[in-house]
Design a binder for this molecule. Structure first.
Ligand SMILES: [Fe+2]
Length: 167
């Protein structure tokens, strides 16, 4: 799980409404979808969890904000060692996953791709259907996983634990 102190520090810096389209419910669904995918992709689950809470954490608006991924990665770098720990090679994965998550790329590194797939499977919340050509892991392209994530996204589903810890 994400440590309470870490989420507090991330939320303190978050400039947008927590219940907005890039807010905590989105982070939580990305986290849970990412962990579900990681069971079969073999992605590093800690990187997936941290991506979920950092990738949109430095957005300055809900629309066009092309540098927010890099700011999210830099923010993660600033909290590394006090808010969380990752080995250098795993931190590099987290940084790149955050920095390039909106560039429409497909990445061969399974942990990075699992993060991006989890984010892209949560597009239903804004009325966009996930497209297979933007999903890079086989797990994300499985119909049952797409359906599971997309239904949660479209219904703006919020995991119960979010209300206790992230609000
Ligand atoms: Fe996102």
């Amino acid at each position: 799980m994400i440590a309470d102190d870490l989420i507090r520090r991330i939320l303190k810096e978050y400039k947008l409404p927590r219940d907005g389209i890039h807010g905590v419910a989105h982070w939580a669904r990305v986290l849970e979808t990412g962990l579900r995918l990681a069971e079969t992709t073999g992605a590093n689950p800690e990187v997936v969890r941290l991506f979920a809470v950092f990738h949109d954490g430095k957005r300055m608006n809900e629309g066009w904000d092309p540098d927010h991924g890099r700011r999210g990665g830099d923010f993660a770098a600033s909290l590394r060692g006090t808010g969380f720990d990752l080995a250098p090679k795993d931190f590099d994965l987290l940084y790149d996953a955050c920095a390039y998550h909106t560039d429409g790329l497909i990445d061969g590194k399974v942990t990075i791709q699992t993060c991006w797939d989890a984010d892209r499977l949560d597009l239903g919340r804004v009325g966009i259907a996930p497209e297979l050509k933007y999903l890079g892991t086989e797990a994300a392209r499985e119909l049952q996983n797409i359906t599971w994530a997309d239904e949660r996204s479209q219904s703006h589903w919020v995991p119960e634990w979010v209300w206790d810890l992230w609000r």
